[in-house]
Each structure stands twice: as C-alpha cells, then as structure tokens.
Design a protein around this ligand. Structure first.
Ligand code: AMO
Length: 457
C-alpha cells in the first residue's frame, strides 16, 4: 500500500488565543441577555481596570463597544484574579467566562471570568490616552495614529469613508460607468509643474500622478464611454492648510458623447445626493458617535457663474478683481452667502480660461471656459468641465499655456484618430468627508496623512 503525502498537513502555529471559528465567541454587539448562564469567550483591549479589593472590574473594548468583566475575589480562580489585577491598560486579552444578567453592565450582561489569557501586554506609559478627557494635540494623535484610532469616534470617520466609497461605486456602476485604474507612475503631469513629485524610475525621471486626467481622457477614444476611478493622487503642495495634503483619494469620472458640461454636472449631482443620503441612512450609529447631523443638500444645486460669484463676495466687502481666483476667503464667504439662501452645495461655472488647464474647452469669443467647481459649505470639493477634443485646438492650447506638445505625444495621439466630445470631473474624497462631517481639518479624514512635514507613520 502506498501512502499519499499528507497534503492536508498544516503546521501548528501558536493560536495566540485567536480562534475565529469558536462558536462561543461573543462581541459587545452579539453578547445578549439570552447568553446568561452559558460559557462565552470575549476578546479585546483592556480599556479600564478597577480593583476594589473584594472585586475587580475590567472594561473590555472591542470593535463595537464595551463588555464588562466582573471578577468577585471569592468566586474567581486566584490565577485569573492575579492576571486581572496586574493587567496594564490597553493590553489585549481573551476571556472565557460565564455570562450573567446584570442591571449595572451595559447591554444588561457581564462576564464572570473562568479563564484569562493575556494575548499582548501593553507597555506603560501609553503614548496617549484612549478614554482620557484631556485634549490631545492633533500632531500627537497623528504621531500615534494606531492609538488614536482606538477611539470609536475616530474609527467612525473611516467606517463612513468606506461607506461613501461603496455608495460612489454603486451609483456609478448603476449609471453605466466602468471602473478603471490608471498608472500612478507617470512621465508627465497634467495639473501644473509646481506640484509634481519627481522620482527616479530606473534610468529616467518620472512623477507620481497628480490626477488620472490624461489617461481617463485617452479612454474616451476607446468606446469605454463612461469611466470612473477612485485612487490616490499626489500633489507636492507647499501650503500648510486645513484642506491640502500631498496624498489624497481622488474620485474621477469621464464621459464621452456629452452635449455640454451640464451632462457631467448632472451625474455628479445625482451621485452626491445618493452618497450623502446613503450615509444618513446607513451610518446612523457612526454619525451619532461623532455628534453630527448631516443634512441632504437641497437639489438641484444652484449654479453661479464665476463672474456672479465674484460680484456676490465683492458686494459683501471683498475686493477680488475679475479674472482672479476666489481664494479660500472668497470661497468661505460665498459659502456663508449660499447658506443664508439654504444651499450647502452649489456650482460655480465658466471660470476664466486663463486660470484653467490646457485640457479644458474655452468658451469661444469670451475670456471664459466650459469649466465648473462644485463647492460644499464654502469649500471646493470637485472641479471639471468639458474637454477640448479637437486635436489642433488642443495642441495650440498647450502651446499657449507654455507646454511642449512633444512631451504629451502619447496623449495627443488618442485625439488624432477619432475622439468624441467628452467631459469629466475630479473630486477630493477627503474634502467631501471633511465638509459632510464638519471636520476642522482634511487630515482627520485620512488614516495616515501626508503633508509637507509629515511622512511617518
Ligand atoms: P483639481 O486639481 O481641481 O482638478 O483637483 C480635483 C479635486 O481634488 C481635490 N484636491 C485635493 N484634495 C486634498 N489635497 C490636495 N492637495 C488637493 N488637490 C486637489 C479637490 C479638487 O476639487 N484633473 C482635474 C479634474 C478634472 O477636470 O477632471 C483636477 O485634478 O477636491
């Protein structure tokens, strides 16, 4: 008889106590009064330990909340008692015990421990507290972000962000878009030389992509008529503001065979309503934790021309010459004016052509362009427009803007052999979240933010 090699052999790794298949495992969400008197296993971080002589209480935190472990000295194994009384805050433990109905414990159940395993003892002192009421500087929080993320309200932002991304995906796919991924290592920038990160790419120079602009446009010549991409974008932003970072998630879309930029705006508007409405519906618990009341913006969003936006802020004390950017202050003031009119989201269209990139279509016979910004509560969250799809015009626009068409040959080629009229947008996902949740700084919506100074963690 021949023996087959034991293909099912699995080396026995130390379990570290984590056996997800254990059917007795409960979380703070699943532990219920119906578990009373049965054996359960719970695991998490030791948030707070109180030793009161005859009895010890351990507040065990997991993803969903708190489980109270109650250890009366007389009824608890001395080894278990020692482990609890000597435990440091934030250690990770796994507790086996008997669930007991309790009026004092949150959720109406507590666990009386019979077995106690310290999976990972936390060193002391902690780099920052998790439950302490003291205000910790933002920089300290970002320096020790893993610790900051142990706070349920910090984690809630990222659960909402994840929901936002799913909702975007759902909306775009339902509207016939194909999700694409374009290179992040690129040979030329599309959004101006000033914010390019340069790097060595074997024996040539390359850049980190500032946006998928050139690639999503090239795709318009292929028959993939509607594409979207959600991915990282890199900008060497020298300014230290609450809305600029050097790495953000850009939600880009591009649509072929449009009649005008309005077709693009309608798509974004529908998407924003669906995303914000979806967050209100699906993220009730997280919004409650954060203490924010998200309102669905009034739709359709009002449309202001750039010129009228300048007039509106100038009428309220600003002095912006026509042709110049509204700037942070101008945008903020316009936000206040629009809020008084009941609009949190609004369009600013037809910016001066001079201020817009080569790929935008100019409004012939005027100094303006077929471009738009979408502003939310006084801050730009998206910009886009109709593109120049006519090869000759595109080349002359590049020249007019001081760019060398030769370095964009790979892009221009797609315009030479049949390119439909098209338009699209780029939307900063973290700016959307910042405004939706009224966060003071865009960095709060990024797990590990990157800026001029910060490269770790
Ligand atoms: P733009 O440069 O306006 O346009 O960028 C689009 C959107 O991206 C977000 N954004 C940023 N978010 C955080 N930190 C930054 N440094 C940062 N820079 C930009 C903003 C902005 O509205 N290719 C065009 C879009 C298009 O026409 O399709 C583009 O990139 O929310």
């Amino acid at each position: 008889m021949c023996h087959l090699p034991n293909l099912l052999y699995r080396p026995s790794y130390p379990s570290h106590g984590v056996q997800m298949s254990d059917k007795n495992i409960r979380t703070s969400r699943s532990l219920a009064p119906t578990d009373a008197d049965s054996e359960v296993v719970v695991q998490g971080w030791a948030q707070d330990i109180r030793n009161l002589g005859g009895i010890s209480f351990l507040q065990l935190r997991d993803r969903y909340g708190i489980i109270q472990i109650t250890a009366p000295k007389k009824k608890t194994d001395p080894q278990v008692m020692d482990a609890i009384t000597s435990l440091s805050r934030e250690s990770v433990v796994r507790v086996t015990g008997t669930a007991k109905a309790s009026d004092q414990a949150k959720g109406g159940v507590e666990v009386l421990p019979t077995h106690f395993e310290v999976i990972s003892a936390a060193a002391t002192p902690l780099p920052m507290g998790v439950i302490d009421k003291v205000n910790v500087e933002a920089d300290t929080r970002y320096d020790h972000r893993f610790m900051d993320l142990r706070k349920p309200e910090t984690r809630a932002i990222f659960e909402i962000k994840s929901t936002v991304l799913s909702l975007i995906d759902e909306y775009l796919v339902n509207n016939g878009f194909t999700e694409v991924f374009t290179p992040k290592l690129v040979a030329s920038g599309a959004e101006g030389g000033a914010t390019l990160f340069e790097l060595r790419y074997f024996d040539q120079n390359a850049y980190l992509a500032q946006s998928p602009q050139l690639y999503k446009q090239m795709l318009m010549s292929t028959g993939l008529d509607k594409v979207f991409e959600i991915g990282p974008a890199f900008r060497a932003e020298p300014s230290d503001t609450t809305r600029h970072v050097s790495e953000f998630i850009s939600f880009d879309g591009e649509m072929a065979f449009i009649e005008s930029q309005r077709d693009v705006q309608v798509m974004i508007e529908g998407c924003m309503q669906s995303v914000i409405g979806g967050v209100i519906e699906r993220c009730k618990g997280q919004l409650e934790l954060l203490g924010v009341d998200v309102a669905l913006p009034k739709a359709p969003y009002p449309t202001l021309t750039y010129e009228s936006a300048v007039e509106m802020v100038n009428a309220e004390g600003m002095n912006i010459p026509l042709g110049e950017d509204l700037g942070t202050e101008g945008e903020r003031l316009l936000g206040n004016i629009m809020a008084r009119q009941g609009s949190e989201m609004y369009w600013i269209v037809e910016y001066p052509d001079e201020a817009k990139p080569f790929y935008i279509m100019e409004k012939e016979g005027t100094p303006y362009s077929y471009s738009f910004d979408l502003d939310y509560k006084g801050q730009e969250i998206s910009s886009g427009g109709q593109r120049e799809h006519r090869y000759d015009n595109l080349v002359s626009r590049m020249e007019k803007k001081g760019l060398d068409p030769a370095s964009f040959n790979f892009y221009l080629e797609a315009f030479k052999f049949g390119m439909p009229a098209h338009g699209g947008w780029g939307l900063g996902v973290e700016r959307l979240i910042q405004k939706m949740l009224d966060l003071p700084n865009i960095r709060e919506a990024i797990l590990f933010p990157r800026d001029r100074i910060r490269l770790v963690p």
